[in-house]
Design a protein around this ligand. Structure first.
Ligand code: SF4
Length: 75
């Protein structure tokens, strides 16, 4: 699965690191480190983390097959 975090939105609330610690990790107080290609076994946790992010900064599986820039979402 593919994960992108819009770091311009992320405010380091760490909800994602709490819910999916294998995929998201805080580095220091505010810097988020994450896996952009976590194992599918982590899908449930990652989706919960994405849903819990108060800023909707976590995008999951939205870039498959194209090179869309981070942060755009066609509607
Ligand atoms: S939950 Fe959202 S705002 Fe908080 S650290 Fe994760 S991506 Fe950033």
């Amino acid at each position: 699965m593919r994960v992108v975090v819009d770091l311009s939105r992320c405010q380091g609330y760490a909800q994602c690191a709490f819910l999916a610690p294998d995929a998201f990790r805080m580095h220091g107080e505010e810097a988020l480190m994450y896996s952009s290609n976590p194992d599918d076994a982590q899908r449930h946790q990652v989706l919960r983390a994405a849903a819990a992010c108060p800023l909707q900064a976590i995008l999951v599986d939205q870039l498959e097959g194209r090179d869309a820039p981070v942060g755009t979402s066609p509607s």
